[in-house]
Design a protein around this ligand. Structure first.
Ligand SMILES: NC(=O)c1ccc[n+]([C@@H]2O[C@H](COP(=O)([O-])OP(=O)(O)OC[C@H]3O[C@@H](n4cnc5c(N)ncnc54)[C@H](OP(=O)(O)O)[C@@H]3O)[C@@H](O)[C@H]2O)c1
Length: 345
């Protein structure tokens, strides 16, 4: 299958190439960014020398439609929704990594992303691309909204418990993200001397991923939860670690929580339920989400921890997982080998 990556020079675009290069059934046929002139992708990223011969060029829609059947959009939000209508009109399949098709209520999108949604028509067609909960819909989808990185780690930890209605409505999420979560653009705060060895909290009540988390948690449980979500940025290159504080409606046991998680993720190849708390380095460079918990002695509250690589399970890896499901390839195709920067290839 001929595949295009739009936004191929960003962090998630580069990670997509790293994964797709190992995919048995795809040919990477069209790559774009705002480069002034076409340039060999491996000239931009020398670690791909000898492994990919496609050029990176500015987006030209008629050419894109001829070159590829399946599109990954690793573009900033608002840019994706300028492109998607033309791709869907031409009957192409799309996985969009931006937030443009994730939030069903456009007034919330407008508020949290401080812009105006311009493609309600395709928003209605979009399927939220978290395979662990929406695989059947993803199989039939033409447009998949790949989840945000924080939401992936939080929803995978919470969804089984809220679906089973065993926890109380108040939930606190303390989540920590590496700096690649903010994309490749230069930002003063992320200069090495500012971020190295540093950590800070930000946007405790108005982070743009909050409405996405609330929407999906409500969607799977039918209930509204009061979620306090406090993101942090940490001076590390990869990963997200979410620590989640929950209380139970009735006294819970270790066996009960374990059995809920194991039942929900029995057929989920990329979610691993651990006996203790997960460690970030065990998932960095992989498409896994590791989840563990600790129950208080009285059985009334617990701490759950969940971690992922933000660029892989939180973006490119999950996007390829979605493509595999949409196109009938094996769900794990190209996703089991570890990829870590230069060591990936
Ligand atoms: N980083 C993460 O951990 C993460 C996780 C999940 C989802 N996401 C989402 O995935 C998308 C990509 O994120 P990223 O971190 O890869 O961002 P990034 O590093 O900033 O890359 C953005 C890509 O889009 C291109 N681009 C930027 N503005 C453009 C425009 N106006 N027209 C055409 N192309 C443009 C850039 O190319 P040039 O600048 O070279 O032109 C680059 O290739 C975003 O929507 C982000 O929210 C990111």
């Amino acid at each position: 299958m001929k595949v295009a990556v739009l936004g191929a020079t960003g962090f998630t675009g580069e990670k997509l190439i790293e994964i797709l290069i190992k995919h048995k059934f795809v040919e990477i046929n069209y790559l774009t960014s705002r480069v002034p002139n076409p340039v060999s992708y491996s000239e931009l990223f020398p670690r791909f020398k000898g492994r990919i011969f496609t050029k990176c060029e500015r987006l030209d829609i008629p050419k894109a439609l001829k070159k590829a059947d399946f599109f990954f959009l690793a573009l900033p939000h608002t840019v994706s929704m300028q492109v998607v209508p033309m791709l869907i009109e031409a009957k192409k399949k799309v996985v969009d990594l931006s937030a443009d098709y994730r939030i069903e209520d456009t007034s919330l999108y407008n508020k949290f992303y401080n812009t105006l949604h311009t493609d309600k028509k395709n928003l209605k067609k979009a399927v939220y691309g978290l395979p662990e909960f929406f695989k059947d819909k993803i199989k039939r989808a033409v447009l998949v909204a790949n989840p945000g990185c924080y939401p992936t780690s939080v929803i995978l930890a919470l969804a089984p418990l809220v679906k089973e209605k065993v926890i109380k409505r108040n939930i606190v999420v303390d989540a920590k993200s590496s700096i690649t979560g903010a994309g490749r653009k230069a930002v003063i705060d992320y200069h090495f001397s500012n971020i190295s060895g540093n950590i800070w909290a930000y946007k405790p009540f108005n982070h743009q991923h909050l409405p996405e988390i609330i929407q999906v948690i409500k969607g799977v449980s039918g209930l509204s939860y009061n979620i306090t979500f406090v993101p942090h940025v940490v001076g590390i290159e990869s990963g997200i670690y979410s620590t989640i504080y929950i209380s139970f409606k009735k006294k819970a046991t270790q066996e009960l929580i374990n059995s809920i998680y194991r039942r929900y993720y029995k057929n989920a190849p990329f979610v691993r339920i651990l006996n203790g708390f997960p460690k970030l380095k065990d998932v960095v460079g992989t498409n896994f989400c590791d989840i563990g918990f600790s129950l208080k002695n009285d059985g009334l509250s617990a701490v759950v921890a969940s971690c992922i690589d933000n660029l892989i399970k939180g973006a490119a890896g999950n996007a390829v997982q979605n493509m595999n499901i949409m196109c009938g390839f094996g769900e794990k195709e190209a996703l089991l080998s570890v990829c870590q920067g230069n060591k990936a290839l």
